[in-house]
Structures are given as structure tokens and as C-alpha cells.
Write a protein that binds this ligand. Structure first.
Ligand SMILES: C[S@@+](CC[C@H](N)C(=O)[O-])C[C@H]1O[C@@H](n2cnc3c(N)ncnc32)[C@H](O)[C@@H]1O
Length: 199
């Protein structure tokens, strides 16, 4: 889509509900929940599904370019009463944000972009050297049957969310300046989680 999520914001959580309960929440708990004492930049916070997993010792700035998604994240944040998290509307690059984050988080965001490289470059500018980027992303499954399923739903996922299963995974597009620390595949190789370090 590479555009705005405003249209689907009111139903986004509903569409995502089965996957959230079956898979995503465990991934969020494990990877977001383990962060401590980090200065975190969350890119594409959406409706704020990661917000409840951040430990109070983190200082989090969570951005999005959809006001509709941010409005739902704001309601979630109000309920959480987490004063260590702030939301910020950032429509375009470059982002007007500090350049000293120790961790960046992008869950199901980079895979919604046909070309994530400018955003990756921008993330690099705001991370300290040695800082880490945590990605959750949909990718092409290595299992032939599931790849067929992905191909079949591709027109819909592209239109609704911008997710194109034909596109190379972001971890295969990284240029110099980044090193992959770990990759874990989930949901029968349809989703991966990666930790990437800025050199
Ligand atoms: C599929 S949703 C994922 C939301 C959330 N991260 C999650 O895990 O549920 C993608 C979100 O990324 C946002 N987004 C996409 N490109 C962006 C960009 N360049 N800057 C900021 N937000 C962006 C969209 O507006 C949308 O809210």
C-alpha cells in the first residue's frame, strides 16, 4: 500500500485478532517484553499492540504516519497509564526525532512497504552505533503449499495492508552498515523475527 492505514484503522484489530491470539502476542511478549532500560524508537506503532509489553524501565517513542491508527494507539496508551511511552505523528522522512535510540522496533511495518530501504536508512540515522533493530515481518514461506496460499492471497494482502509476498524479505535487502544477529521463522515459515545491529 505504501499509503495510509486511516481507512482500515477502525477494523484493523478485528481483522488481526485470530493471528494476534495465536501467534503475534507470543512474539511480542518474547521480544518486546525482554527489553530493559532501552531508549526505544518504535516505527509504525499502528493501534499500539506492542505498547503493553514494554517494561517501565524503557523510554519509548512510538511513531506512525496514520492519524487513524495513532488515535487507537492513544486510547490504548491511556488505559495502560504508561508515562514512559509517547506517541508521535511522523508523516514523512526525515523524522524530526533524536538520534540516540538504542533499540528500534518495527513489527509488521517494513513488509508493508514495496521499498523499505529509505526507511531503513532513516532508522539507521536515529540509532546509536551498536544499536539494534527488531523486525517482525511476513515473508515468502519455504513450504511449497504455503507459498501457493501466499500467492493466492497476495492481491488482497497487497491491497489491504501493502504486504507483498512476492517481494524479497527485508533481511535480504540490507546494505552495508547492518549485521544480522538472529533470525527466527514462525507460523510455518510465513513470519520471521530478526535482530539486526547497526555497525
Ligand atoms: C500493519 S501495521 C502494523 C502495526 C503494528 N506495528 C503491529 O505490530 O500491529 C503497519 C503500520 O505502519 C505504519 N507505517 C507504514 N509506513 C510508515 C512510515 N514510513 N512511517 C511511519 N509509520 C508507517 C502504518 O501507518 C501502519 O499503522
Amino acid at each position: 500500500m505504501d499509503g495510509s492505514y486511516d481507512r482500515i484503522a477502525p477494523i484493523y484489530d478485528l481483522i488481526d485478532l485470530p493471528f494476534e491470539w495465536l501467534y503475534y502476542r507470543n512474539m511480542r511478549k518474547r521480544w518486546i517484553g525482554s527489553l530493559r532500560k532501552q531508549k526505544v524508537l518504535e516505527i509504525g506503532v499502528g493501534t499500539g499492540k506492542n505498547l503493553g509489553y514494554y517494561h517501565p524501565s524503557n523510554k519509548v517513542t512510538a511513531i506512525d504516519r496514520s492519524r487513524g491508527m495513532l488515535a487507537i494507539a492513544a486510547k490504548r496508551l491511556k488505559k495502560l497509564r504508561a508515562s514512559n511511552i509517547k506517541l508521535s505523528y511522523q508523516a514523512d522522512l526525515p523524522w524530526s526525532l533524536p538520534q540516540d535510540f538504542t533499540v528500534a522496533v518495527a513489527t509488521f511495518v517494513l513488509c508493508t512497504m514495496q521499498n523499505p530501504l529509505p526507511v531503513l536508512e532513516e532508522i539507521g540515522l536515529h540509532l546509536k552505533s551498536g544499536g539494534k533493530l527488531i523486525i517482525f515481518e511476513f515473508g515468502r514461506s519455504n513450504r511449497p503449499f504455503l507459498f501457493k496460499v501466499e500467492k493466492a492471497i497476495n492481491p488482497l494482502t497487497k491491497k489491504l495492508f501493502g504486504v507483498d509476498f512476492d517481494r524479497k524479505p527485508t533481511i535480504e535487502m540490507l546494505g552495508s552498515g547492518w549485521s544480522i544477529q538472529s533470525i527466527n521463522w514462525n507460523l510455518k515459515d510465513m513470519i520471521y523475527q530478526a535482530v539486526i545491529q547497526k555497525d
